[in-house]
Design a protein around this ligand. Structure first.
Ligand code: SF4
Length: 438
């Protein structure tokens, strides 16, 4: 009798790039014979892809190890990702971890697991870690394994050397590297062959993509030619790395989504300078004005950070004013988190935590209002939606190219179909409409 396959549970904390990497690891483990199980279900192996961007992300990692060992006390626990790189010593002290894999070896994690017959808990964690991170083969052969068909992340870049003073990513992921041209195209082909219709280009600093003299825009044009690629979406991208040619292409391409997520972080020049960001408020505003002028119906998101050292009332007021004046369709609001080893960790003049929480609330409320206003502007338009699934109200929901979540009632299964929808209304977090021609 053949033994039942070993079960593997993969969990991701953090960004879209981590999700892309977890999906590649899932694909590899499946090929190695593991049966993938849903998070929270009994398992023989936990692979935890961690984040170290904030202290609370690190706490989440330790919590997930404990939670998993409660329902699966014999599970082999392998931890990788940014926290495994920057906090390996702390992780060694967390009971129940068997393998810690730093960034340099992250995508080879399956090679370092004991063979299935010998997969059992270890008396002490094995550590695979180097300070130097320089591998260019930062992906696995194969294609990411995603449960939902519609969208898939495509990792095209890793690392960053912009050295923003608050950011631990350059230490966690190393210098900038771009994915090999042919390798990115091959994964895109595999993903579309599996049925994914939208590819989300991900990396740490994807505007810096360059391979053999070819740019991000060149890659987008090549990806568009792949049969089955219906949409390409650029994930978060630094404002100083977006050339006019990319905006112009976005304005005319039927496949490149009219969507940009461009981190601003602060609307105050003194804070931007202390953050070591590469633009002034004036330059950022000029960029946004140009982008919305060149790209009609652009969906524009941003990241804002509150509580950076030295952010007084006036500095925050400046951020609030820029955030409310610019035509953002939403923002993500983050609280400053002191990351050991970064320049900002040595800065004095911290902001009280109650003030940080209040500022975060203020900006989050403004973001909600902006999103609603953006959704309301879509009313009366016919837009294309890539449908995902039904929500708890029975509405089929999906996203437009410019990142509006839209719901319709429909008698047929719309999973993974792109349909034209006439927008008739908008509420908090959802626009509604009906299928065109119905
Ligand atoms: S651009 Fe700045 S914030 Fe973004 S990853 Fe690089 S160093 Fe971090």
């Amino acid at each position: 009798m053949r033994a039942a396959p070993l079960r593997a549970s993969l969990r991701t904390i953090g960004c879209r790039l981590n999700q892309a990497e977890t999906a590649l690891l899932a694909d590899r483990l499946k090929k190695d014979g593991y049966q993938l199980v849903e998070p929270g279900h009994p398992t023989d192996l936990l692979v935890l892809n961690t984040c170290s961007v904030t202290e609370s992300a690190e706490k989440d990692c330790r919590y997930l190890v404990r939670r998993t060992l409660q329902h699966s006390p014999h599970a082999f626990v392998a931890v990788t990702g940014c926290y495994a790189q920057t906090g390996a010593d702390a992780l060694r002290r967390v009971p129940g971890i068997d393998l810690i894999v730093g960034t340099q070896y992250k995508m080879n994690l399956p090679d370092y697991l004991p063979p299935p017959a010998a997969l059992r808990k270890q008396p002490a964690p094995q550590l695979l870690h180097t300070r130097k991170i320089d591998r260019d083969d930062f992906v696995l052969p194969g294609a990411g394994d995603y449960q939902a068909l519609n969208r898939a992340n495509l990792k095209i870049q890793d690392g960053c050397q912009f050295m923003c003073s608050f950011c631990i990513i350059p230490f966690a992921r190393g210098r900038e590297r771009s994915r090999r041209w042919g390798d990115a195209l091959r994964e895109a082909e595999d993903l579309t062959a599996r049925g994914h219709r939208e590819l989300v280009l991900t990396g740490v600093n994807i505007g810096q993509y360059t391979y053999d003299g070819r740019s991000l825009l060149d890659l987008i044009k090549e990806l568009e030619r792949i049969e089955g690629v219906d949409r390409i979406r650029i994930s978060s991208i630094e404002p100083t790395t977006i050339p006019d040619a990319l905006l112009d292409y976005m304005a005319t391409s039927p496949k490149l989504c009219r969507y940009l997520h461009v981190p601003l972080q602060s609307g105050d020049d003194g804070i931007l300078q202390a953050m070591n960001r590469r633009y002034t408020v004036k330059e950022y505003v000029a960029f946004v004005e140009k982008a919305v002028c060149r790209v009609p119906d652009l969906g524009l998101g941003t990241d804002l950070m509150v509580g950076f050292p030295g952010e007084g009332e006036q500095e925050f007021a400046n951020t609030l004013s820029v955030a409310s004046d610019l035509p953002f369709s939403y923002f993500h609001v983050f609280s400053f988190s002191k990351r050991p080893g970064t320049a900002a960790a040595r800065m004095t003049n911290p902001v009280r935590s109650a003030t940080v929480a209040a500022r975060r609330r203020t900006l989050s409320e403004l973001s909600r209002a902006k999103r609603l206003a953006f959704y309301q502007r879509q009313i009366g338009r016919a837009v294309k939606v890539l449908f995902e699934a039904t929500d708890d109200r029975g509405l089929w929901t999906g996203l437009t190219g410019n990142y509006v979540r839209l719901g319709v009632m429909a008698p047929t299964d719309l999973t993974n179909s792109i349909r034209e929808v006439v927008v008739t209304g908008a509420m908090d977090g959802l626009a509604v409409g009906h299928l065109a021609g119905c």
